[in-house]
Design a protein around this ligand. Structure first.
Ligand SMILES: [Mn+2]
Length: 278
């Protein structure tokens, strides 16, 4: 397999078909830095912290030839969102990882921009954790999130990674509609009995040739549905932090150290869109 460094990844660079794995695709971290370090170690990455409080840095060395991909939702709900960002930003900077944004990352970015956003769904914790951080770090986080492509289309087109998923017809395209689907999945603007936005099981209708790996909706165990795999196993809710080793198609998972946030909605795929054919 050819080792090609990714092009300068920017928000428009969704088409990375000339970039090949092997990859370790990691689910929603949500501030669970301890479990992220444990998972990276299990996958053979060397994580090394240095510096002193107030000036910490981290260097992650991947196994030779491998690269991680984070499916987004790095922040909110969990105990150490700034440290998760230190790890992932360092990995992206060194070429040890690629990443796409999640809806929580996008909302936290808007807060960093000074926009008026509701500090709900665990954003309150991230904001509290960032009170101890420098302006320079906040600025680098904002730039980092602003640089992430909405999704990644990889390996000659046979693999794509998007936070909440992507439709076959959207691959290779980039627009507000594509960004919304990548961040939120299939929704109709309504909320359910838990006060959360109603989601639909887009993957049940997926018929594409491109394997889609995504997160966003915690499931008890990562498993293939058609040609898609949800790798979010709800670590922050006391589940597991999971990775898909690609192309091996092997799942590596570490258990959450504790329940950081009590889930309001049970784990599992959402219902089919009304009228959809599974
Ligand atoms: Mn999400």
């Amino acid at each position: 397999m050819t080792e090609i460094a990714p092009k300068a990844i920017g928000i428009e660079n969704v088409d990375q078909r000339d970039v090949w794995g092997p990859f370790d695709i990691i689910g929603d971290v949500h501030g669970c830095a301890g479990e992220l370090e444990t998972l990276l170690a299990r996958l053979g990455y060397d994580v090394r912290w240095s510096g002193t409080p107030g000036a910490v840095s981290v260097r992650v060395t991947p196994p030779i030839g491998r690269r991680a991909i984070l499916v987004g939702d790095l922040v909110d709900r969990g105990p150490r969102s700034p440290d998760v960002l230190r790890i992932v930003m360092s990995m992206v900077e060194s070429g040890a990882a690629l990443a796409v944004p999640g809806n929580h990352d996008a909302k936290f970015s808007r807060w960093l921009d000074g926009k008026d956003v509701a500090a709900t769904h665990g954003l309150d914790r991230t904001i509290a954790q960032f009170e101890a951080e420098t302006k320079a770090f906040c600025k680098s986080v904002r730039e980092f999130f602003g640089s992430l492509p909405n999704y990644l289309w990889l390996e000659g087109g046979r693999l794509a990674v998007a936070h909440a998923g992507i439709k076959d017809s959207m691959l290779g395209r980039n627009s507000g509609e594509v960004r919304r689907f990548c961040l939120y999945g299939e929704t109709d603007g309504e909320t359910d009995e838990f006060g959360l936005p109603i989601r639909y099981h887009w993957a049940a209708e997926y018929r594409g040739q491109t394997a889609i790996v995504y997160g966003h909706t915690p499931v008890p165990t990562a498993g293939w549905v058609n040609n898609t795999l949800c790798i979010d196993t709800g670590c922050v809710f006391g589940g597991k932090l999971s990775a898909l080793r690609w192309p091996e198609r092997e799942i590596v998972a570490v258990a959450a150290e504790r329940v950081y946030t009590v889930p309001v909605r049970p784990f599992g795929h959402p219902p089919l869109r009304p009228g959809a054919q599974a």
